[in-house]
Design a binder for this molecule. Structure first.
Ligand code: CMC
Length: 442
């Protein structure tokens, strides 16, 4: 099967034009309509026609590309990967299947899935040289810093994958390489901080089981998690696998637009994800809940501080979702199911629910359409799986890798592709005359 072609500028998608009136000029611009009837004014020739650029800080009103990968309807709380509802994929698929769906456009056949699993196995081990890189990191170093550095370093060991010229076979190999290596790198960095010996990957295990094995098996005791633990991890990864043009994916596309290779582009995604407003929120939520638990402010006081703008409620709010985040609903349910099966509880879940119920009935949150997002409950699941707090965003990264690769590849095949190079409105000093050093006064 060939890789899914990037969406061509389809005549059907351009259905009308919009008239824009400026002080000196009036211009007709094409209107582009997406599959689900989303409308956009195509401003790519706006400056040529009018001399104006558009200004949109944070790109809240700008579609940076056409994409056929993921659809979100933020008003209705809908998320689909390649047309498939997230609820169905999370319930029934494996993460590897979803990865292939996102990147290649179709659910894999049994044979293709088996072949890809073989490739994942081939790529599990790190080159011995990479082990020495790990030795250079301080044991208290943040695993996100290690992850981005090591993914980029993979490029040194895979010169055959440095070109962005991809056919089906090379893309499959590149995907297997990045997906396998991120797991091994993540587990390696964890073992290093624990001062424990690295557990070699086990080719007989599924992707998620193998990751848990590398994380938690010890030479004298093999970790063999119950099915529900593996299923919870699988759901977590599927729910994080793609989310259209979010900050890290836009970063990957931005870097990839220069022709940068898949390792460099994915490593840049890891860096963008690290921030607390993006993937780093999953850590920040747990820190916030722990502080409440430890006798800091109670949930009501926290909400009052948020309304006074002294604090941001982590794991709440979203640029696109203005009703609910479907991922958050699935994860909350997964918390309950997992705790039932494991016969455990976590006081942080009670605190999270209390905080959510206060916020969800408060006018401040209702007016601003702020709801729990994917990060609100995900950390509680990760805690139950035994993942340490400083690795939460690494887990998000492992989940997001297929989405990053899918967008990197889609961009590469897009006939509309140009290097990403936004304009700016300069607000600095006007032209000044250079003052030589001796003539400068304080
Ligand atoms: N707590 C309190 N107020 C908030 C929050 C929040 N979490 N999020 C937004 N607001 C308020 C904000 O103060 C502003 O109010 P006002 O209109 O009075 O000035 C209004 O809502 C709009 O906020 P914004 O900052 O313009 O919204 P944005 O679309 O630029 O930001 C966000 C989206 C996700 C960065 C933001 O909601 C946020 O900081 N949330 C907390 C961090 C977080 O959970 N991030 C994970 C996002 S989901 C996973 C991912 O994609 O990474």
């Amino acid at each position: 099967m060939q890789p899914a072609p990037a969406p061509a500028p389809d005549a059907d998608t351009q259905r009308a034009s919009a008239r824009v009136q400026l002080p000196e000029v009036e211009v007709d611009l094409p209107v582009i309509v997406g599959t689900e009837d989303e409308h956009a004014v195509d401003i790519s020739r706006f400056r040529d026609k009018t001399g104006y650029v558009t200004l949109d800080p944070g790109f809240g009103n700008t579609a940076a590309c056409k994409s056929a990968i993921t659809y979100i309807d933020g008003e209705q709380g809908i998320l689909r990967y390649r047309g498939y509802p997230i609820e169905e994929l999370a319930e029934t698929s494996t993460f590897v299947e979803v990865a292939l769906l996102l990147i290649f456009g179709e659910l894999p056949t049994k044979e293709r899935l088996e072949r890809f699993r073989g490739m994942l196995t081939d790529e599990q081990l790190l080159h011995e040289g990479m082990r020495y890189h790990f030795e250079g990191f301080p044991s208290h170093g943040h695993p996100m810093a290690m992850l981005s550095a090591m993914i980029n370093a993979c490029g040194c060991y895979h010169p055959e994958l440095l070109s962005s010229e991809m056919d089906d076979e090379r893309l499959l190999r590149a995907t297997a390489t990045v997906m396998s290596k991120v797991c091994t790198i993540a587990a390696f960095s964890y073992k290093m901080t624990k001062g424990q010996r690295m557990e070699y990957p086990d080719p007989s295990l599924s992707y998620c089981r193998n990751f848990l094995h590398m994380m938690f098996s010890k030479p004298h005791r093999r970790y063999d998690p119950p099915l529900q633990v593996v299923r919870a991890l699988t759901k977590f990864l599927i729910l994080h696998a793609d989310h259209e043009q979010n900050c890290s994916t836009s970063t990957v596309r931005m870097v990839g637009s220069s022709g940068a290779n898949v390792f460099a582009s994915v490593a840049s995604g890891v860096c963008a994800l690290w921030g607390p407003l993006h993937g780093g929120a999953n850590m920040a939520v747990i820190e916030m809940l722990q502080e409440i638990q430890a006798g800091g402010d109670d949930p009501k006081t926290v909400v009052a501080k948020v309304k006074d703008k002294k604090f941001r409620l982590m794991g709440f709010g979203h640029r696109v979702y203005k009703n609910f985040d479907p991922r958050s609903k699935i994860l909350e349910k997964t918390c309950t199911e997992l705790f039932d099966v494991l016969g455990v509880s976590d006081p942080l879940l009670d605190t999270a629910r209390e905080l959510a119920s206060i916020a969800l009935t408060d006018d401040y949150f209702l007016e601003r359409k702020l709801y729990p997002n994917v990060d609100f409950y995900s950390g509680i699941i990760l805690r139950a799986l035994g993942i340490p707090l400083n690795m939460f965003t690494v887990m998000f990264s492992i989940g997001r890798v297929p989405g990053w690769i899918a967008h990197w590849y889609e961009l590469y095949g897009d006939p509309d592709r140009r290097i990403c190079r936004p304009r700016q409105i300069y607000t600095g000093a006007g032209k000044r005359e250079y003052v030589p050093m001796d003539a400068r006064r304080c």
